[in-house]
Design a binder for this molecule. Structure first.
Ligand SMILES: [Ca+2]
Length: 279
């Protein structure tokens, strides 16, 4: 545990603190025993979201971690071969890159791995030593903190601003270029039943109507329409939010909102996109 930040640490850390890790990194034939928190940590410790790539862990025996075997907090990629774990305190993998807009961390199964196939299910909370992987709150916002992308964005109004939990920060698409779309990876397929779309609550934002189509995908490649194009009114006098109900048959991992018109600005705009299992 890093006492400065109250931040859990791994026994072995690959840290792209100041710049990307692109060189080949091979971690071979290691043993990690009794780590209070995780075994392997991948992080961009300066908070800038630099990637950690080209890492191979080949041959590792992990015994008795307090929390997870792999703690992935940076975008990037690593391959794991012959990594066996016993006595895992929480679950196999924590995979929640920071910042949420920085990208995904891809784990490749090179074969011979055992004992750590499960993934921590709630990026809004840290695994605690010995706590297992409790059932997450069914009322949680599935999109919060998840990796988000878009067809375009304006200046600092990047896609991750729509999943950072702050209704005052927002994504804005490339201006004057409809249609534009915004996509979030929920990390697993869910029966999403309700979306809450937000714009900043300040009265400086005049009322507007955005025309939005909701699409979904289970693989990130093939998308189908979940809710056809509709006009959604955003008005600061009523909270500047809009709610979209999704059909009961919905199952999606990748949620995409395509915006084809906006009466208040020539771009798609969301300050938060929230996805819920509850209708
Ligand atoms: Ca926001």
């Amino acid at each position: 545990m890093n006492p400065n930040w109250n931040h859990p640490m791994g026994a072995l850390r690959v840290d792209s603190y100041d710049s990307a890790v692109n060189a080949t990194v091979n971690i071979t034939n290691t043993t990690i025993t009794d780590s209070p928190y995780s075994a392997f940590e991948f992080v961009s410790g300066g908070g800038q979201g630099h990637p950690v790539r080209n890492v191979t862990v080949d041959g590792a025996t992990v015994r008795n971690t307090g929390t997870v075997v792999v703690q992935a907090e940076a975008q990037g990629a690593a391959t794991f071969r012959h990594v066996t774990a016993t006595g895992v305190g929480a679950t196999g993998v924590y995979n929640c890159p920071y910042p949420a807009s920085s990208g995904t961390f891809t784990l490749t199964d090179g074969g011979g791995n055992s004992g750590w196939s499960s993934t921590w299910s709630d990026c809004s909370s840290w695994p605690q030593p010995g706590a297992g992987n409790p059932d997450p709150d069914p009322g949680r916002n599935l999109a919060k903190g998840r990796p988000a992308t878009a067809t375009g964005s304006q200046d600092v109004y990047t896609p991750g601003k729509a999943v950072d939990g702050d209704a005052n920060s927002y994504w804005e698409s490339t201006d004057n270029a409809f249609p534009q779309s915004w996509t979030v990876d929920l990390g697993a397929s869910y029966a999403v039943r309700r979306l809450v779309l937000k714009l900043p609550p300040s009265t400086a934002w005049g009322p507007r109507t955005q025309t939005i189509t909701v699409l979904g995908s289970t693989d990130g490649t093939a998308y189908s329409t979940v809710v056809g194009a509709g006009d959604y009114r955003f008005d600061p006098a009523t909270g500047n939010t809009a709610t979209v109900s999704l059909p009961a048959s919905t199952g999606l991992r990748y949620l995409r909102l395509s915006v084809s018109a906006n009466t208040g600005w020539p771009a798609g705009q969301f300050s938060e996109v929230e996805a819920y299992l509850t209708s």
